[in-house]
Design a protein around this ligand. Structure first.
Ligand code: SPD
Length: 385
């Protein structure tokens, strides 16, 4: 029933009640009247501690929340899922809201490191896209702990101008992953700078995907195979970066394994700096790796009510839309769709077309054994052993 029919039906019930003639009820004998239940009062100190990725929140959002609620937000950042995970495992993080990727959130939920949400305090959950919430059930089976912050994909970002110059007569490869994994290309691009994200769980899955293995393999032997491929290009990699936006926009790297939104942010910064170079996030022909980053409340959080208030604030359509409009990442908030600027909505490296989406590799998670094999393989590669 649409909202007009609902309101029509409700009015009919009320009107019918009004028309009924009844004898006035006798006044009740003086009896104790139970007080109407008072709205729950938030007695928490007015503080909220958030731990999120860098360059991942629209400017002014924290200030707007503080102004509206009087809650003071302490906002810290981490650069890798591994760093956040180490804090959560150690315990007593002091953080209320954390933003893990689903690959890590699954074991964090299983290990009791994240607490279930009180959905009655988050009415704006209704704004979320059921399709995205369905996807999150892989990590959070009943959607009890995680709320989407943003999603995107790990891909190849390039300074097209510099890459074309460094490649000379060699044409761009059909599969963009060749630019960072194939010696024929990396040997030419090393002069303008190749950068990799600095984390085993960012690099090893894309390396596995490139050599035709399951990106989320739990077979330690696959990591040895990925290492064999990576060893051939190690000498050409200039940077293991935690500051990818600056490194691409500032010219330290002309090609990078990076996150889609960050490459788009770098493109915007380069333009602001009046650079003539064109920076683009590529869509590799074999697919890129999707990620979902999620808000969750850490076990032992001291300010859970404030955390719920912030989650609900973020889920307002106008706030979620800012995340796409300003940070170039989709949010999973369906009610925000009509608030996305046309130039963002039509950018196919932010909102990919369904044909490409179908090619992308969805996130999964790893066993502890695979995580160890992956970390060993990555460290060996990084150290050039
Ligand atoms: N600017 C920071 C964007 C954070 C992206 N998180 C990506 C996690 C991928 N596994």
């Amino acid at each position: 029933m649409n909202k007009y029919l609902w309101s029509f039906a409700l009015s009919a019930v009320v009107l019918a009640g009004c028309g009924k003639k009844e004898e006035p009820a006798p006044a009740p004998a003086a009896a104790p009247v139970a007080a109407a239940p008072a709205a729950p009062v938030n007695t928490e100190e007015k503080v909220l501690n958030i731990y999120n990725w860098p360059d991942y929140i629209p400017e002014g959002m924290i200030a707007a929340f503080e102004k509206e609620t009087g809650i003071k937000v302490n906002y810290d950042t981490f650069e890798t899922n591994e760093a956040l995970n180490a804090k959560l495992v150690a315990g007593n993080t002091g953080y209320d809201i954390v933003v893990p990727g689903t690959v890590f959130a699954k074991p964090q939920i299983e290990g009791g490191l994240l607490q279930p949400l009180d959905k009655s305090k988050i009415p704006n959950l209704a704004n979320l896209d059921p399709a995205i919430m369905g996807t999150l059930t892989k990590a959070d089976p009943e959607n009890k702990h995680l709320v989407p912050w943003a999603w995107g994909f790990t891909t190849v970002g390039i300074n097209k101008t510099k890459v074309e110059k460094a490649l000379g007569k060699t044409p761009m490869p059909e599969n963009a992953w060749d630019l960072v994994f194939k010696p024929e290309y990396t040997s030419k691009l090393r002069s303008c700078g190749i950068a990799y994200l600095d984390s085993p769980t960012e690099i090893m899955p894309v390396a596995l995907h490139y050599i035709g293995k399951d990106a989320y393999s739990n077979n330690p032997a696959d990591y040895a195979a990925a290492n064999e491929m990576l060893a051939k290009v190690r000498k050409d990699v200039r940077l293991f970066s935690s500051t990818m936006i600056d490194d691409i926009a500032g010219g330290k790297a002309c090609v990078a394994i990076a996150w889609s939104g960050d490459v788009n942010i770098a493109a915007g910064r380069a333009k602001e700096n009046k650079s003539k170079d064109e920076i683009v996030a590529l869509l590799p022909s074999t697919g890129a790796l999707i990620f979902f980053d999620t808000m969750a409340i850490a076990k032992g959080a001291k300010h859970p009510n404030n955390a719920h208030a912030f989650i609900d604030f973020y889920l307002r359509p106008e706030n979620a839309a800012l995340m796409s409009n300003e940070m170039s990442y989709p949010t999973g908030n369906k009610a925000a769709t009509d608030k996305i600027k046309p130039e963002i909505a039509s950018n196919k490296t932010i909102f990919v077309e369904s044909a490409y989406f179908a090619k992308m590799i969805p996130p999964s998670s790893f066993t502890n054994e695979a995580r160890e094999a992956m970390a060993n393989a990555y460290n060996k590669f990084k150290q050039g052993k």
